[in-house]
Design a protein around this ligand. Structure first.
Ligand code: ZN
Length: 134
């Protein structure tokens, strides 16, 4: 696996409309997209900073992964996503290196990208996402 850059940082929030003003008014960034990802039971808001995006995540279902995370922790940094050329190939590389997977095959993420998560037990406790066009 050879990630090209940090694709995005995922931040779980209780409410997008309450979180967006910090990024726009304090950090001076512009929210360029709001998108619901049904697969993950979230609504996302995106900001671009250099090559990297900030992905704010609001749960659309208290039983979803972000809903549970926000209830447990109050929200905050949730995951780190690395850009890779081929997500399935990256999954295979991680598995071959002994890494515990959450996803054995790519799923549909926001912005039409393929995504897969690696288990925090194998990633120094940081939920790690692999993200790519295929
Ligand atoms: Zn993400």
């Amino acid at each position: 696996m050879k990630p090209t850059h940090i694709e995005h940082i995922g931040i779980a929030v209780a409410n997008l409309q309450e979180a967006i003003p910090f990024y726009e008014k304090v950090l001076g960034m512009t929210c360029y997209a709001i998108e619901e990802v049904k697969d993950q039971k979230v609504k996302t808001a995106f900001f671009q900073v250099g090559q990297t995006k900030i992905e704010l995540l609001e749960s659309t279902d208290p039983e979803g992964p972000i809903g549970k995370f926000v209830e447990k922790t109050g929200g905050g940094m949730h995951h780190l996503a690395f850009a890779v050329d081929d997500v399935q190939e990256a999954i295979n590389d991680a598995a071959n290196a002994g890494c515990q997977l959450i996803d054995k095959a790519p799923r549909n993420g926001a912005e039409g990208l393929k995504i897969a998560f690696l288990h925090p037990k194998s990633t120094c406790r940081v939920l790690t996402e692999l993200c790519g066009k295929q």
